[in-house]
Every structure is written in structure tokens, then in C-alpha cells.
Design a protein around this ligand. Structure first.
Ligand code: IVH
Length: 694
């Protein structure tokens, strides 16, 4: 090979083109199959050569140069597509009684006594997609991803014969059709047979096979797999030409989309129940897997009035089939120690197939649950799983209990660190008192910190976190952000690796490429949104919804921390959705020295963004605290509350000096009186609606 300085510009350009191609091909092989076709050294040599030539001939740097591609790869193998409207999920229920509650809740919200029409649709067990059409032409396709950002599967979707690429005249200029891609049972079996014959990987179920086939970097593979689809909803639409879900289905059919013939409008709860029975009966004979029935309020006017909860619409619900059960033996009962020190008993089971999934563990919840059900090692038990929930032990078969069985004794010391495990009065859970000196707690906290809804650092999976913790590489979340610095050369006070560096690339299972990708993934998170940061801290009881509430109410991390460390809780406890106990946990968290030093250390490396509230701020109501009283006429109380919140107002239950407006309906009582006494502005329902419109 010629020395770089001896290359002519023409030769350099040709070689850069060649390198771009080779490196792209290597990336592809690596990311697509998790099986690189070059060694790390060969790959590095190509990248080096590319860099050297580019340094010598900066004018020749290509638009598709490998040096320009930073970070994309490890986070996702696909380009990302941000959904113009989030792809939401649905609330789950498992019984007709709960469906009834849902229907009644809808009616109550709308203040309607008469029956409402629901569209009942089989819930397809596949993977949802969004297909975007502009001027009737298919332009892009995406997976659901996390609901906000999905993966670009445009080319893959094009290979699905059932997806129309051109729509007839008259369709909305912008139209995003959403639905489910699935693999028919027969096609799934055939694919697995073929894979078995070729000694290739087998898929566990049709859903996995569909996902594995659609999410292929090489669309040719997608094309070889038999995938089908049903369309059932929409995303962005420039002009909506339908007023009910039923009319939408008619349009979809007209435009050439497959629409499930089992979709059916139900006019009453009785019809909903009959339909569910019917679908349950024919389920096994259907050529594809379904896992329940979805109910959607048919009228879009009513849907709009109902609106959304945080992640799910208020106008739809999924009625899942009952859990599937199987009989097996408990081989052992282990105690897991969680992030907050909770000791959770887990049953190790003789592996058993429950509805197509191999189950080898079940949660036993807590000490009392084991006592109540008298669950023992060696017992034969009925286990069940439903949806994505962790399998559970439903009952013990006492007649099959071995003669020498003994009751299970719950440990009172932490099996991980030996500290006392104590159980507060009124608490169901026993906790290890070891805090962060308990390796199990420390590890779980790091796992939580890097998890999807927190820092979402791809490449730091559970196994990696455990190994890095055990080897002293990451003991605290903040250590993640010094990894790169510690890897190469100079050590750091915390870890005396001297000039040696960690050299993660020398660890088994790692190489230069994967280490670089890990660093890229970490570096991409040095700026983080406020809700993610709060959630990542792992404050007891603070899930992602609460983290969002805190972000919305405090705006910046500094503001939150200042009030919490000063134990100023007036604002905190006034937040709808944060109860006294949770508030307590939050304040205590910010008053523990080790948490503060961890936060301080983290913030040396991480920039926490200010929270930009997407709720309206331009409304006269935004930032105001309002109280409703009396009977409203144009809308129900729930609707009024949702409308006020949408305008950025906080809805309180009682009138106080903090109240800005009291909205009075008919027969308003003491609250209106109190408002008058306190000199708080009183609005009629009409005035409130007028204000909300602006
Ligand atoms: S509607 C806002 N309809 O179930 C409503 N979803 O738990 C959005 N699914 O992510 C979904 N069949 O993947 C809808 N007929 C159907 C469905 C369906 C299957 C899946 C879909 C969604 C999940 C929600």
C-alpha cells in the first residue's frame, strides 16, 4: 500500500470512495448480525487509513465519509423517525367487570346516561407501524419505538405486498396510517422449520418472528419473510374525512388497506360481552395470534372530549385474554435485593411452557404472600402469566406436597451483604439496611440509572453493569462519565489504575469498536432532560410519571433541590398525584448526604436541561390554580379539569389563599362562599370556557 503522502489527489479520491464502501459494509455486517466480518484490527486499520488520507486531502472528504458517522450505530441500528403524534399504548383490563368499569367511567366523564357505541377490534399480537403518505404516495414508515421516536423501516415496509404504495385520488394530502404488522401462524411455523433445517436461530413466537423480520437492516431479508398487516388507526392527517372509527375503516378499505373483518361496532355492554365470547371461541382457529380485544369509542367527537391520560387514551382500552396457566415444581426460593433494598422472594421453577413461553421463575411478592399461600421449596404449583407481567404462583397443590417439606423461612439478614433486613410496622416489605454498601443495591441503582426511561445508555446492559461493578470499574453512576478518560491513560484518584488505563477493549467480549460505541452512547447523554434525570436518581416511589410531575412543577433541578433540601414542602404536597408518603421519600432523599454527593458528582459531568413544558403557557389560565364547584352544565367536572390542565392550570380540590379562580356552576355551596370571603375571582362556566379558548 502506498504511503499517504505519495498519493495523487485522484488516487486519494478513489481510495476514499473504496474505504467508505468497505467500512459501511463492515458496519452493516457488525450491527446487523452481531457478527463482524472483519477483526477489530482490520477494521481499525481501514478507519486509520481513511483518517490519514482525509487529513492529507481535506478537500476530498466525502459526504458519506465514515469519519462523519458518529454514534448512530450503537444506539439503534436504524435511523430514527420522530412521530408527529406520539404512538400511545392502551390500558389493559382482564375481566368483563373491568370493561364495565371502563364503559361507566367513559359515560361518567361525558355525563351521558345513554349507551355509547364502541368499536371492538381483535388485538393483534404483532408490532405496530406507522406509514406516512404525502399526496397519496408512501414516503416513510416507522416502528413504534418508545412511542415518541421510532425506527425508520421505510424500505422494509415497502416489501409488504399488502401495504399500498399509491393511494387513490382524494386522500388527505398528509396521511399517516397506523396498524399492526404480524406473521401468520402458518408462515411462522414454516419459517422456523426452514431455520431449523438450516441450523439457524428459531423464533419463540410469531410476534418475535414478525419483529425480527421487519427490523432488518437489509430489507431483502424482510422481503423473503411472509409478513402481513392490519390497519386500524391514524397519526397525522391534514384533513380528517371521517367522524367515527367505523367510517375510518370504510375509508381504509376504499384506499386499499387490509382491515380486519372481525372489527365490529357494539351498541351495548351486552354486545361487547357477546363479542368477546365469540372472539375467545374462534381465537385458536384464527390464522394469526391475538391477545385480546380493543374497544374504542366510535365517535371521534366523543373521543376528543375524552382526551388522553399520560400514556393512554381515555377513549380506548384493551381487554386481554385471561392469563395462561401451567403446573410445575418449585426447585428453590431465592431472595433478590432491589434498588431500594427491598427483599423480594423469587421461585426458581422447573421450566414449563406457559402459553408458548418458557417460564423458569415466578415472583412470590413478599414474606406475607409466602406465608399466606404456604409456599415451600419442592411444592407443585400452578403458575400463570398474563401479558408482559412477571409470572406468578397462583396456588399450591397441597396433595402433591413431599412428606419432608418444611415451611419457608424468610431471612432477616440480607443475603447479599449480611446487613440486617428489617421490616417496618405496617410495611409488607423487608429491607436491607446496608444502603449503598450493599452490592446488590448499588448494582440495581446503576442498572436503573442507565435504563431506558432514565439515561438510556445502550451498551450498559445488566450483565455489563454487574461485571463492571464487581471489577471496581463502575461503583457509582457518576463513574460512567469518567470511563472514557480512565480507559486510555492517566488514572484518576478514585481508581488507581496508574498510567495503565482500564483498557476495556481488552476485556473478553469487547473490542475497540464496541468500546468506542459505548463511549459514544455515554457521551450522547451528557445532556439530559430534567424528567429523565429525576427518574434516574432512583428516589423511592418516584417513577417516570412522578418525575415528569416534578419537572413540570419545578422547571429546573436547582429549584427542586433547593426546596427539597430546605424541607420546603408546600409546593410539593400541593402537586396533584404526589401524596404525603411519596413527598416524604422525596424530601428524605434530598437530605441524605450520600445522595447529595452523588448528585454533585454527576452534575460535574452531566448537563441537566431546563424543563420546557408542553402544556399551554400562553393561556390566561396557565400557571393558575383553579377550583371547580357546583354542577357544570356544558361539560362534566372531569372534562373541565382536563381542559384546565391542558391550559396549564393546576386544579385544586379546595379553596385557599393560593387559589386564583373559582369556577362556579349551579348550586355552588361553601366553596363559592369561601372564595367570596377571600376575595378570589369567581368565574362562571361560560367565562371559564371563554378563557380556555383563548
Ligand atoms: S389502537 C391510541 N388497535 O396494542 C391507540 N392497537 O397496547 C393506539 N394493537 O401499540 C392503538 N391491535 O401495537 C390499537 N386494533 C388495535 C390493535 C392495537 C393491536 C397493539 C398496538 C398498540 C398496543 C397497545
Amino acid at each position: 500500500m502506498k504511503d499517504v503522502k505519495d498519493l495523487s489527489p485522484l488516487e486519494a479520491a478513489a481510495e476514499l470512495a473504496d474505504l467508505a464502501k468497505k467500512i459501511a459494509a463492515a458496519d452493516n455486517a457488525y450491527y446487523q448480525n452481531d457478527a463482524p466480518d472483519l477483526t477489530d484490527a482490520e477494521y481499525d486499520a481501514l478507519k486509520h487509513r481513511n483518517t490519514a488520507i482525509e487529513a492529507m486531502f481535506p478537500d476530498l472528504v466525502r459526504a458519506d465519509s465514515p469519519s462523519k458517522r458518529v454514534g448512530a450505530a450503537v444506539q439503534s441500528k436504524f435511523n430514527k423517525i420522530e412521530h408527529r403524534f406520539p404512538m400511545l399504548s392502551l390500558g389493559d383490563v382482564f375481566s368483563i367487570a373491568e370493561v364495565e368499569d371502563f364503559v361507566l367511567g367513559v359515560k361518567r366523564f361525558l355525563n351521558m346516561a345513554e349507551d355509547i357505541d364502541f368499536m371492538a377490534e381483535p388485538k393483534i399480537d404483532g408490532l405496530s407501524f406507522a406509514a406516512r403518505y404525502e399526496k397519496g404516495t408512501f414516503v416513510s414508515g416507522a416502528t413504534r419505538g418508545d412511542g415518541i421516536v421510532g425506527e425508520d423501516i421505510t424500505e422494509n415496509l415497502k416489501t409488504l405486498k399488502q401495504l399500498p404504495l399509491l393511494l387513490p385520488a382524494g386522500v388527505p394530502e398528509v396521511l399517516e396510517v397506523r396498524g399492526e404488522v404480524y406473521m401468520a401462524k402458518r408462515d411462522f411455523l414454516a419459517l422456523n422449520e426452514r431455520n431449523a433445517a438450516e441450523k439457524k436461530k428459531l423464533f419463540a413466537n410469531p410476534r418475535n418472528a414478525a419483529a425480527g423480520s421487519l427490523r432488518q437492516l437489509n430489507p431483502k431479508i424482510t422481503a423473503e419473510r411472509k409478513l402481513s398487516l392490519w390497519a386500524y388507526t391514524w397519526g397525522e392527517v391534514s384533513e380528517r374525512q371521517w367522524n367515527t372509527q367505523e367510517e375510518f375503516f370504510a375509508k381504509l378499505k376504499e384506499w386499499g388497506f387490509p382491515v380486519n373483518p372481525l372489527n365490529k361496532v357494539c351498541h351495548s355492554l351486552k354486545e361487547i360481552e357477546d363479542n368477546f365470547k365469540h372472539i375467545t371461541e374462534i381465537r385458536a382457529e384464527l390464522p394469526y395470534d391475538i391477545d385480546g380485544v380493543v374497544y374504542k369509542v366510535n365517535s371521534l367527537d366523543l373521543q376528543n372530549r375524552l382526551g388522553f391520560l399520560t400514556r393512554t387514551p381515555r377513549w380506548a382500552i384493551a381487554h386481554k385474554f385471561p392469563a395462561e396457566q401451567a403446573l410445575t415444581r418449585i426447585n428453590d426460593i431465592r431472595i433478590q435485593v432491589g434498588r431500594t433494598g427491598a427483599l423480594t422472594p423469587v421461585a426458581d421453577l422447573e421450566p414449563v411452557n406457559v402459553g408458548g413461553v418458557l417460564v423458569s421463575h415466578a415472583t412470590l411478592h413478599n414474606e406475607d404472600e409466602i406465608k399466606r399461600k404456604d409456599i415451600r421449596v419442592g411444592d407443585m404449583v400452578v403458575v400463570q402469566r398474563a401479558g408482559d407481567v412477571i409470572p406468578q404462583v397462583v396456588e399450591v397443590k397441597f396433595d402433591k406436597r413431599p412428606a419432608d417439606s418444611v415451611p419457608f423461612e424468610f431471612p432477616v439478614i440480607c443475603p447479599e451483604c449480611g446487613a440486617h433486613a428489617i421490616r417496618e410496622e405496617d410495611e409488607a416489605i423487608r429491607r436491607c439496611t446496608g444502603g449503598l454498601t450493599c452490592p446488590a443495591q448499588a448494582k440495581e441503582r446503576i442498572k436503573h440509572f442507565v435504563s431506558k426511561e432514565a439515561f438510556d445508555i445502550v451498551g450498559l446492559g445488566d450483565k455489563v453493569v454487574e461485571a463492571f461493578y464487581d471489577d471496581g470499574i463502575i461503583k457509582h453512576p457518576a463513574d460512567i462519565f469518567t470511563l472514557e478518560k480512565r480507559n486510555g491513560g492517566a488514572g484518576d484518584d478514585l481508581f488507581s489504575f496508574g498510567d495503565e488505563g482500564l483498557h476495556l477493549e481488552r476485556r473478553a467480549g469487547w473490542g475497540k469498536l464496541s468500546v468506542d460505541n459505548l463511549f459514544k452512547a455515554i457521551n450522547a447523554r451528557r445532556t439530559i432532560s430534567l424528567p429523565r434525570f429525576i427518574y434516574a436518581l432512583g428516589i423511592s416511589q418516584v417513577g417516570s410519571a412522578t418525575a415528569l410531575l416534578l419537572a413540570q412543577n419545578y422547571g429546573t433541578f436547582d429549584a427542586l433541590q433547593a426546596e427539597m433540601s430546605a424541607r420546603e414542602t408546600a409546593k410539593l404536597v400541593a402537586i396533584d398525584g404526589i401524596g404525603g408518603e411519596m413527598g416524604n421519600d422525596i424530601v428524605e432523599f434530598f437530605n441524605e448526604q450520600h445522595n447529595i454527593s452523588e448528585i454533585n458528582k454527576l452534575r460535574e459531568y452531566v448537563n441537566v436541561e431546563e424543563f420546557v413544558d408542553e402544556r399551554r403557557t400562553d393561556s390566561e389560565l396557565s400557571g393558575k390554580t383553579v377550583v371547580f364547584t357546583g354542577t357544570l352544565e356544558k361539560m362534566t367536572r372531569l372534562e373541565a379539569k382536563a381542559l384546565a390542565q391542558k391550559c396549564g392550570a393546576k386544579v385544586a380540590g379546595s379553596v385557599s389563599a393560593h387559589t386564583d379562580y373559582v369556577i362556579v356552576g349551579a348550586d355552588a355551596g361553601s366553596k363559592a362562599k369561601k372564595a367570596a370571603e377571600l376575595g378570589i375571582k369567581i368565574l362562571t362556566e361560560a367565562e371559564f370556557m371563554e378563557m380556555a379558548k383563548k
